[in-house]
Write a protein that binds this ligand. Structure first.
Ligand code: AMP
Ligand code: MN
Ligand code: MN
Ligand code: MN
Length: 289
């Protein structure tokens, strides 16, 4: 029985899969267990927690998901560099104890603190003081200090109205507070995810400043390296982008994914589980889980 329905009716319980969100283990605002509880309360039936470059939140999120009766699949959002841009690759359903995956993620994180110090020094040059300490106050997991934590500090001191306004004027290439970092390569990220028995998906493809031909080249390389899925529905995609990426998913024969990219209440475009359903013509990535 589920929600009072006899088991022969289970096929009619609608799926609500949210395969992209963050906790305080990276740059989210809620603890991993709080993320899972909120997802269940919003009607999510299959959740993946996908913290940036970190697996710490998975055991608690899975345990809480289990208490609520929601299915859970391991996840991570790996930061890579491709064509001079920072791109995110999602990994799912991998073995969390895999040593190469863990070592790879550790390698990406090392240097984040030094990068944060340099970001703070750069902001100081234009009169913004205390940014390192200010950002660190938002970073429950200091190893994962990120631009999102700096952005919260810049909003806190009244410099910008909200996080999106921060990224219009600061912390991005060519603007104060931007410091490049050595991320993984595309081949690294796929090697780690596939090596740990997982499935890889391109995160929010609409977010990258790639020309059409560059995007196609990227998707081709991703597929050649064993990537299987693309996030078609994302909290940051416009309806036009959903159409574009639905077309590309079919053309490249990718499975399609759906993820809010929820970071916290009041901060994200879309809350957990509240995106529209995937277009029915696409094959969902969760058929694999
Ligand atoms: P980092 O990993 O330190 O480079 O930080 C990247 C994080 O900053 C992303 O995961 C987002 O949470 C946040 N971010 C980057 N660009 C934007 C944007 N335009 N609007 C809102 N948040 C952003
Ligand atoms: Mn983030
Ligand atoms: Mn991302
Ligand atoms: Mn994300």
């Amino acid at each position: 029985m589920i929600y009072g329905l006899p088991s022969r009716c289970l096929a009619f319980v609608p799926m609500n899969c949210d395969l992209h969100c963050h906790s305080t283990c990276s740059d989210g605002l809620l603890l991993p267990g709080e993320v899972a509880r909120r997802a269940a309360a919003n009607g999510v039936t299959l959740l993946s927690l996908t913290d940036h470059d970190d697996l710490q939140g998975l055991p608690v999120a899975r345990a809480v998901a289990g208490e609520t009766g929601m299915r859970f699949v391991s996840g991570v959002e790996v930061s890579i560099e491709w064509g001079g841009l920072q791109i995110h690759v999602l990994g799912y359903a991998f073995d969390e104890s895999d040593a190469l995956l863990r070592a790879g993620l550790e390698g990406i994180c090392s240097g984040r603190i030094e990068r944060a110090q340099r970001m703070s020094a750069d902001l100081e040059r234009i009169g913004i003081t205390g940014a390192f300490d200010g950002a660190m106050r938002y970073a429950a997991n200091p190893k994962l200090i990120s631009r999102a934590h700096f952005a919260r500090y810049l909003v806190e001191i009244g410099l910008c109205r909200d996080l999106h306004a921060v990224f219009d004027s600061y912390l991005v290439p060519g603007r104060p507070g931007y410091v490049a970092h050595r991320w993984a390569t595309l081949a690294d990220s796929l090697g780690w995810i596939l090596g740990a028995g997982g499935v890889a998906a391109v995160a929010h493809p609409g977010r990258y400043r790639l020309s059409r031909s560059e995007l196609r080249r990227f998707l081709g390389e991703f597929r050649d390296l064993g990537g299987q899925a693309i996030e078609v529905l994302s909290g940051s995609h416009t309806p036009e982008q959903v159409e574009t990426f639905s077309r590309l998913a079919k053309e490249f024969d990718f499975l399609a994914s759906r993820g809010s990219d929820f970071h916290g209440p009041g901060e994200s475009h879309v809350d957990l589980g509240l995106l529209p359903p995937l277009p029915e013509t696409l094959k969902p990535v969760w058929v694999l889980f």
